[in-house]
Structures are given as C-alpha cells and as structure tokens.
Design a protein around this ligand. Structure first.
Ligand SMILES: NC(=O)c1ccc[n+]([C@@H]2O[C@H](COP(=O)([O-])OP(=O)(O)OC[C@H]3O[C@@H](n4cnc5c(N)ncnc54)[C@H](O)[C@@H]3O)[C@@H](O)[C@H]2O)c1
Length: 354
C-alpha cells in the first residue's frame, strides 16, 4: 500500500516521525509492504518556494491509498494560507465529507470528569467536513473602519447533510450500535438547521433498530460532560463538530490523545491527529505522539487492515496503562521515547506470536 505522508509544521513533524515508525513496525510484523512517500508541503516549503500545494497536488494525492498529515500552522504565515490549501483544500477537493473522530478513554486516570471510566467514554463523532461555515462564502465591507460589515455564510445542502447522517447510521449499523444522536441549533438557525432536522428524521426512519435522538448543540455540550455514557454515535455539522471534539479530546487525556479520519468511502482518505502544530511545543521533544499514532491505526482500519490497526491500538493501550507516555498524560518520556516504547510493544508482540 502507498501512503502520502505530509508531516507539515511544528509538532506535526515530530509526531508524524513516530507514526511512521509505528507503521513501519506494524508492516514488518504482519509482512506487509507500506510505501511511505514524504511530501514536503508545509510553511517552510511555502516560505522558500511561494507554493502552498503544487498545481497537480490534489491529483497526486488521489493516487495514494491514503494520506497521513501531521499538523499545519505556523506564525510566520499569519493568514495560514498554506494550511488552508493543504488541509482544507484536500478535504474539499477530495470530497472527504466524513470527519470521523473517536472519543475513547483508555485509562480512568486521564479523564478530567470525576469518577468516569473507559466504560463511560467511548463514542464516535461524525462531523460534516465539506460544508457549513467553513466554505468561505461571504465577505467584508468597509474593512478596518468602524462601519465594517463581515458576513460568513453557512452552507447546508440536502446532499451534504444526507450523506453524513447516512454515514453515521451506517457506522452504527455495521458495528451493532444502537444509538445515533444528531446535534444542531435548529431553534435559532431556523433555515439551515431545519434541513438537518428533516434529513435526520428521514434517514432515521430507514433504521428502525437504531434509537435516533436529538440535542441542541449547547445541551449536547452539557450532556457530554454530565453523562458521556449515553452516547454511541454523534453526528453534527462542521463548526459544532470541530468544537465538541476538542471537548471530547479532553475526556481522553487532552488534544495529544485524539485521532481523526477525513473519509470518503472508496476513495483516497486522509488521517491526522486532532491537534494543531502547537508552535510553543515544537522542537522540544515533548509533544504527545499518541493522537498521530492512533490516527495511523484508524487509517489501516479504514483500509480493511483490522489486525494491524488492533496491534497498534493494543500497544498504545499498554503504553498508557503502564504510564509510559509524555508529560501531558503524566509520563516522563519525550516524543521520540514515547513512540519508541509503542514500537517496542509491537515488535515484542511479534516475538510472542512466534
Ligand atoms: N489540523 C491541523 O493541522 C490544525 C488543527 C488545529 C490548529 N491548527 C493550527 O495549529 C496552530 C496552533 O494552534 P493552537 O495552539 O490553537 O492548537 P494546538 O492543537 O496546536 O495546541 C493547543 C494546545 O494543546 C496542547 N497540545 C496540542 N497537541 C499536543 C500534543 N501532541 N501533545 C501535547 N499537548 C498538545 C498544547 O498545550 C497546545 O498548546 C495554529 O496555526 C492553528 O491554526 C492546525
């Protein structure tokens, strides 16, 4: 299998190096050849060449089985133009409409919610990834004056809402889950989110075995904190999904722990940790690589390599349970040492296989 690897900026480069080490180790363990082709697209590349992504960049990406991205964002590019083209551009151009973000607590000690255990925090969020408020429709008038008007439009299409809601129900059905919750703000956003209401009801009717519930997004945020155990699958729009998955990441032990996939079934999809480039942490060997490593596992699972993904997940779980991690999760290891520990577990399990 061929993977495009875009380490990106800041800690993105450091955590990607560890994810690559893990992919190589799991490939060796299961006798698979993973071709990992590094692409240099980043703030450095942009500042040197003036190019964010080459003209044939998206076509190039389509030729891979999947794409792995570290993180993008650099204070030297204040408008984040390169990140927009590389990250958002790939999501839009490759039509990666399903942003899959599992919220899974690995160890009780990491959860800031009092008394919550891994049994209480285990759900999937599906965020619509190609529409909503992120389509950059709008404009500024009289910018910089006291009369400035700024308009940012939210785009919701029947097709866009339908396919993400359907994807969430299909995810539940194929995993024998019984609950899907949709979150919107249809009480205040009476046009766009009325469409979400209509589509959710229509799709839910096709899945009589699955309990379909609804919360307004503000209530959902509250219930995520008060009673996360009630959720199995959450589906929501681009902005709300972005926000609630950072909240979800804190349940798992912080942004450094959270993984994600940007998926279009049957097409080249893209996997990345939820966190950004954390410039403050860059170059210090302190970033937690687990979000990136778990994203690599998600990538393999999505491509049908379930055993390989499970081997990575088991190694991560062991590292977390043994407190062999970075300082953000209470450990003493650096980024490289944390990645190396997980690689050792994967290799060690191979010894046991023999
Ligand atoms: N997908 C992406 O590439 C992505 C996502 C979010 C932000 N960004 C960009 O990243 C830059 C920094 O943004 P930010 O500071 O708001 O968000 P961030 O996720 O980079 O960092 C926020 C804080 O979360 C913690 N954190 C994040 N990743 C961690 C890790 N692996 N290990 C330990 N702690 C970690 C740190 O305390 C950090 O200061 C900006 O340019 C932003 O646009 C990119």
């Amino acid at each position: 299998m061929r993977f495009a690897i875009i380490p990106g900026d800041g800690i993105g480069k450091e955590v990607t190096a560890e994810a690559v080490g893990v992919l190589t180790a799991v490939g060796e363990r299961f006798g698979r050849t993973f071709e990992l082709e590094q692409l240099p697209w980043s703030a450095d590349y942009f500042l040197q060449s003036g190019v964010t992504i080459p003209p044939n960049g998206y076509d190039l990406l389509r030729e891979f089985d999947a794409i792995f991205i570290g993180a993008l964002g650099d204070p030297r590019v204040p408008d984040n133009r390169h990140a927009r083209d590389i990250l958002l551009g790939t999501r839009f151009e490759l039509d990666l409409f399903a942003n899959y973000r599992p919220v899974k607590l690995l160890d009780e000690r990491l959860c800031p919610l009092k008394g919550r255990t891994p049994a209480d925090v285990n759900f999937a969020v599906f965020r619509e990834n190609t529409e909503g408020l992120y389509v950059s429709v709008g404009g500024r008038f009289k910018a910089g004056t006291e009369d400035e008007i700024a308009i940012q439009e939210e785009v919701n299409t029947f097709k866009g809402v339908h396919r993400i809601v359907r994807y969430a129900f299909e995810f539940a059905r194929t995993r024998n889950l019984t609950k899907v919750c949709m979150a919107d703000k249809s009480n205040a956003m009476t046009h766009g989110h009325a469409l979400w209401q209509r589509v959710f009801k229509e799709v839910a009717a096709l899945y009589p075995g699955i309990q379909a519930t609804h919360y307004y997004i503000d209530a959902l945020a509250m219930y995520m904190v008060l009673d996360p155990g009630q959720f199995e699958v959450i589906v929501t729009n681009n902005l709300f999904g972005d926000i609630i998955t950072d909240l979800g990441a804190t349940f798992q032990g912080g942004l450094g722990m959270a993984a994600s996939g940007n998926i279009h079934p049957g097409r080249t999809s893209m996997f990345e940790p939820v966190h950004g480039s954390a410039p403050k942490f860059a170059g210090r060997n302190i970033a937690n690589p687990i979000g990136a490593i778990s994203s690599a596992a998600l990538m393999l699972e999505t491509l049908g390599l379930g055993r390989e993904a499970a081997a990575i997940d088991a190694a991560v779980l062991k590292a977390v349970r043994e407190n062999q991690g970075t300082q953000d999760i209470g450990g003493r290891l650096g980024t490289r040492e944390s990645g190396a520990y997980i690689v050792e577990q994967i290799k060690g399990d191979k010894e046991q296989d023999r």
